[in-house]
Design a protein around this ligand. Structure first.
Ligand SMILES: Cc1cc2nc3c(=O)[nH]c(=O)nc-3n(C[C@H](O)[C@H](O)[C@H](O)COP(=O)(O)O)c2cc1C
Length: 435
């Protein structure tokens, strides 16, 4: 267990963060800020003021299209539509900060590893080692459709991703630190003998190349992963510096950690399983005030918006499912993963799928922690101590207000308790987050 907890802001480059319809709340600025460089830079500076390790963007490049087999509801209610490229934000936010890490998801499904490494490592180099990359295999049908590709079957996606990473590592390791001499008198920029050329011929990828992007002070981008299946977890422990997870409560977070440690131990990676759990903090003057605000926001989420979101996440068209049945009675083959996740989220309560989906409009399957700053600090500390997790991905409903509340009122309490940094240890994301 680390001696300090680590904090990442968890966002999307869309009109919402993780609360459906948050863009429609008068206090929210994310939709207005989508096209504003100042919005993103101010947010990055707020997080740096709060000593956050970094910010992390989830991303699905093409809008979810499962519900009613089209994207109309997603467009109508701004459910992750538009979905702008978060990679474009890295340079903008790095330019306004000095320590904050900026991590984003880039799916391995449709971008060749040579181009992905070129883009992410260039930003890592420019930011002096502050970039992170969430290496998702890409599970959205819409992404494959947009690229004109056939959807790849689940386990094969991870086999392909293992090979993808081999190409990335070869590109990252190909330029040693002393390769560039930039000797102006002799007119020698670098020693070609020191650059390791790549001749990769795999089952899924070919890459014959000279590595072309210089390493940053942290070497390569910090790698994140969030696979939750057995195969997904094996991929995660093999490659990720930090693993993201969503679990609904303390006991399930503990079980997740135990299972992951077993997977890591069998892969020989036991000493470095760092997990950050997603939570949605709701800071207010009292628990009642937070609950009231939460309930008012929930009441404004149209059911079809929540259905679109969950349909997309789980790859099921919920328009074809009888949502008025109790959750446990839903038996369609495609939705078993959904039923298991929903049952877990709602503690096996006997509710209908309609109700479960309605409630999930608030934060997907991410647990909420509500109340006064003191209460939120207490809960984070308990989760951190009792699970041995590395830290949290915080995704407040309203942006930037939710982050400002957290930085101004919760961070000082965590700092007073000595469980969160008061200044950055390093100028790189790896140095701060991984140590
Ligand atoms: C915290 C968290 C963040 C995730 N972010 C993304 C993302 O940005 N893009 C994406 O395509 N999938 C994302 N996922 C989905 C995972 O990459 C993965 O597909 C999912 O957890 C299912 O895992 P499995 O395929 O191993 O069952 C995320 C999952 C979690 C838990």
């Amino acid at each position: 267990m680390p001696d300090k907890m680590h904090l990442l802001a968890f966002l999307m480059h869309t009109p919402i963060n993780h609360m459906t319809m948050s863009w429609a709340d008068p206090a929210d600025r994310q939709a207005d800020g989508l096209g504003s460089i100042a919005h993103w830079q101010n947010l990055a500076q707020t997080l740096e003021r709060g000593c956050f390790d970094g910010m992390f963007f989830a991303d699905v490049p093409a809008v979810y299209d499962h519900y009613q087999d089209n994207t109309d509801v997603a467009i109508r209610h701004g459910v992750n539509w538009p979905t702008h490229d978060p990679v474009a934000l890295i340079g903008i936010m790095a330019a306004a900060t000095r320590h904050l890490g900026i991590a984003t998801t880039v799916s391995l499904a449709s971008l060749h590893p040579f181009l992905a490494v070129r883009s992410m490592s260039t930003l890592d180099y420019l930011s002096q080692g502050r970039v992170g990359w969430n290496i998702v295999t890409g599970n959205a049908r819409s992404e494959y459709r947009a690229m004109g590709l056939d959807v790849v079957e689940h386990d094969k996606r991870y086999d392909r991703a293992d090979e993808y990473m081999q190409v990335c590592y070869a590109l990252w390791h190909g330029i040693p630190e002393d390769a560039v001499v930039a000797d102006r008198e002799k007119g020698i920029y670098a020693d070609p003998a020191k650059i390791e050329k790549i001749a990769f011929e795999g089952e899924y990828f070919r890459c014959h190349a000279t590595p072309s992007v210089l390493p940053s002070p942290q070497g390569r981008p910090v790698l994140f992963q969030a696979g939750s299946s057995g195969r997904g977890q094996r991929f995660a422990v093999e490659h990720a510096d930090v693993i993201f997870a969503i679990q609904p409560d303390l006991p399930r977070m503990q079980t997740f950690m135990q299972n992951l440690r077993k997977t890591a131990a069998s892969a020989g990676r036991a000493s470095d399983t760092r997990v950050t759990f997603a939570v949605q903090p709701f800071v207010a003057d009292s628990l009642e005030a937070a609950q009231e605000k939460r309930d008012a926001m929930l009441a404004k989420i149209p059911l079809e918006a929540a259905l679109t979101r969950i349909s997309g996440t789980f790859g099921v068209d919920l328009d074809t499912v009888d949502i008025d049945k109790p959750l446990q009675e839903i038996t369609t083959q495609a939705s078993q993963g959904l039923v298991a996740a929903m049952s877990s989220m709602f503690n096996d309560r006997n509710i209908t799928l309609r109700e479960a989906v309605r409630l999930s409009g608030l934060a997907g399957l991410i647990p909420q922690i509500l109340g006064t700053p003191e209460r939120i600090a207490d809960q984070l500390e308990t989760l951190w101590r009792e699970t041995g997790c590395h830290g949290f991905n915080l995704t407040p409903a309203l942006v930037p207000g939710g982050y400002e509340d957290f930085v101004d009122h919760v961070v000082p309490i965590l700092q007073q308790r000595g469980i969160f940094r008061t200044e950055y240890e390093s100028t790189t994301l790896r140095g701060n987050l991984v140590g």
